[in-house]
Write a new protein. Structure first.
Length: 726
């Protein structure tokens, strides 16, 4: 089949030309007046065709010009969008991004004002505003406030309000003549809006809204990127802060053993600035090349999970705990994460706790032994004192033997009391304490060790009692700590140098002073500020925990005093404790002599009940009070005592602190619960109180071994009080 070529229709100019040629031919062929009519009609047709052709040409030119104008606008918009893209790409700071968007949006759309608002909670906050809307910068619109911006965000579509109608509420109370608002979307939801208002060149066209939508799309991406970057930056800062805030050393060690990353704690353990530590060999700067550290790193590099190791660093004696784990991932390349903890203080504290447990066990043993020793010592010392009374006419040699027995029993009792100082915890039972007596007791405890080490103990005590208000046993602990340090300081001296410790007490200006000096090497000036720091010690490993001076410091401060170091005159060290002096209250007028016989005139005899499981105590109390006219009954158990008290009119009860009733409670507590009016007539006999008040809350206490004079004095006070009540 033959395809004929498609013929184009003739143009208007070609048709007019053909019409003129045809008309001329006809005119020549038609004679006379008909020829004139033909030519006239031909001219009119030509004119009409020409006018039509002119109109078509004008329309074509107008279309070409409009097309050219639209092309120029599209090219301008493309260049403007490209310019905005460059501007947005220059910064990831949200403030700069939204500020540029507001200014460019107003310029692109020939608007007098523009703003960017972002969702904040349930409301909207204007983060950027330009032109006539600049006053809205940093403004806030709540969830209940209407407006075109809120409408666009809620509907998530472009909202337009053209000029010529009623005033338009844009945001809050802001009113404009025309506005177009495009929502900003991120991750499928509206996060804000871009608004332009008061357009200068007529109503918003479709092309304007297309441009506004394009700007909003770019803005949404820029805002999302900015927020993501800010989130990453903040997370990085938080991670860096947490990394450096760790108290344990944390770092990354490369396959060659070099430090790739380290926090401040790890740098502090190495004693280097963080930047200097990077690149250094880990085992050299941290672990003093300890073999355990090398094996730990090697095991982690083999992708194993090695157990933590603990090393002791020779250069400073600190104990470090090292843990390592392989760094996983394609970029790990044999790197290892290392965790280093300083456990020096923890180990010292553990050692102290172990020592405390040992001392607690020893204390329990000593407490039991002391209780058993005090009972026979009560009989020995008490009966010896009774026999030494002037009323008993004994030969002088016999009296001398009795004095020796009494003095030795008192000495044994003092040793037991001193041992009990460290067998029971203290509870700061404050009472008047003579520092001279504290020195004497503590020196007795340390005298044997000093003689063994060849140390001379000098005493320069104030001739008058140096009395302070405090806990005797805690003050004795302070002095013992200071004496122990002094003994260590002079024990290592050369044989030709004197080994001397000096104890002194004095009173001045309402303050009591207790000083302990030694002839040792003294304390270097560089470490004086650290003397009272917990766990600080100059002794070698295993020779001290560094707690003695810090504990002493706390005990002295609890007594309202101060402890300080000063260089001794003979080159050694001297520690000085100052405490407030005790001012006794005004004494009451002297009462009747406490040693006077209690049986006077027609007054009935005093009936005394003794509750103690030791027959020697029964014998002593009976020998003490029976000759004076008192009636003494003695029982061994609390049950027997409770039955007797119910049926006999006793005046006072002397009970051992450990006596137990049938209900398993202490006899004194059970007794006073049933007879609270007996509180002022119950005497508790016990070791010196170092563990707080007795559960019975009795008013009177005497120490064991019983002292005859103390017991008589307490009984006399009770009898005087009873007589006053009557």
């Amino acid at each position: 089949m033959t395809v004929l070529p498609r013929l184009r229709p003739p143009s208007a100019a070609a048709v007019a030309t053909l019409a003129i040629v045809a008309g001329a031919a006809v005119a020549l062929a038609v004679p006379g007046p008909y020829a004139i009519a033909v030519l006239a009609g031909l001219g009119l047709g030509v004119w009409l065709i020409t006018r039509r052709l002119e109109r078509q040409a004008a329309q074509a030119e107008a279309g070409r010009l409009e097309a050219a104008r639209q092309l120029d606008r599209r090219i301008s918009e493309l260049f403007s969008l490209q310019e905005l893209s460059y501007v947005l790409a220059e910064s990831i700071q949200l403030d700069r991004i939204v500020d540029q968007v507001a200014r460019y949006g107003a310029r692109f759309l020939q608007a007098d004002g523009a703003l960017v608002a972002l969702v904040e909670g349930d409301g909207l906050r204007v983060v950027a505003a330009a032109g006539t809307l600049a006053a809205l910068q940093d403004g806030h619109a709540g969830p209940g406030e209407a407006g075109l911006v809120r409408l666009a965000v809620d509907r998530e579509r472009i909202e337009v309000a053209q000029a010529g109608g009623p005033p338009i509420q844009l945001l809050g109370r802001e009113v404009v003549t025309s506005a177009a608002v495009a929502p900003l979307r991120s991750q499928g939801r509206a996060v804000g809006a871009l608004a332009v208002a008061d357009r200068r060149e007529g109503p918003f066209t479709t092309e304007d809204l297309w441009l506004l939508s394009t700007i909003a799309t770019q803005t949404s991406m820029a805002v999302a990127n900015s927020r993501l970057f800010e989130m990453v930056r903040r997370s990085t800062e938080e991670w860096e802060t947490a990394f450096d805030a760790l108290t344990e050393g944390l770092g990354v060690v490369g396959p060659g053993g070099e430090v790739l990353r380290a926090n401040r704690a790890l740098a502090a353990l190495a004693g280097l600035p963080p930047e200097t530590l990077l690149g250094a060999e880990f085992t050299a700067v941290i672990a003093d090349r300890a073999p355990q550290a090398r094996e730990l790193l090697a095991a982690a590099q083999r992708l194993e999970r090695p157990n933590p190791v603990e090393i002791r660093r020779e250069r400073d004696g600190r104990r470090l705990r090292l843990a390592a784990a392989p760094l996983w991932g394609p970029a790990a390349d044999g790197s290892v994460v290392i965790l280093v903890g300083d456990v020096t203080e923890q180990r010292a504290l553990e050692a102290q706790l172990i020592q405390n447990e040992k001392m607690a066990s020893v204390g329990q043993l000593v407490s039991g032994v002391a209780h058993e020793l005090n009972n026979p010592l009560t009989s020995i010392a008490g009966l010896a004192e009774l026999l030494l009374e002037p009323a008993r006419r004994l030969p002088e040699p016999t009296r001398e033997h009795l004095r020796v027995i009494h003095d030795q029993a008192e000495r044994a009792a003092r040793i037991v009391r001193n041992l009990l100082t460290f067998a029971r915890p203290s509870s700061l039972v404050k009472e008047p304490v003579d520092l001279n007596d504290v020195v004497a007791r503590t020196a007795l405890l340390t005298s044997y060790e000093m003689r063994q080490r060849g140390i001379e103990l000098e005493r320069a005590l104030d001739p008058e009692p140096v009395v302070v208000m405090g806990d005797r046993y805690e003050l004795q602990q302070v002095l013992l700590n200071l004496l122990t340090n002094a003994v260590h300081a002079v024990s290592g001296l050369d044989p030709e140098r004197p080994r001397r410790i000096r104890l002194s007490t004095s009173r001045s200006g309402g303050r009591a002073t207790l000083a302990v000096g030694d002839s040792g090497a003294g304390v270097p000036a560089a470490i004086v500020p650290q003397l009272f720091t917990p766990f600080f010690t100059t002794k070698g490993p295993g020779q001290g925990t560094g707690l003695g001076l810090s504990v002493s410091y706390g005990l002295v401060e609890a007594h309202g005093g101060r402890i300080a170091y000063r260089a001794s005159a003979d080159g050694g060290a001297e520690f000085v404790v100052t405490l407030p002096l005790y001012t006794p209250p005004v004494a009451e007028p002297a009462a009747l002599a406490e040693s006077a016989p209690a049986h006077e005139g027609s007054e009935r005899p005093t009936r005394v009940l003794v509750v103690d499981d030791d027959a020697g105590v029964h014998r002593l109390v009976s020998a003490l009070f029976t000759p004076e006219g008192h009636l003494v009954d003695a029982v061994r158990t609390g049950d027997q005592a409770l039955r007797l008290v119910e049926g006999e009119p006793y005046d006072l009860v002397i009970a051992d602190a450990h006596a137990v009733a049938a209900d398993g409670n202490l006899f004194a507590a059970t007794f006073l619960a049933a007879h609270p009016d007996w509180r002022d007539r119950l005497i508790i006999a016990s070791h010196p109180r170092t563990s707080g008040p007795h559960p019975s809350a009795a008013a009177h206490w005497v120490a064991k071994p019983l002292d005859v004079r103390d017991l008589r004095a307490v009984v006399a006070r009770i009898r005087r009080a009873v007589r006053r009540e009557k």
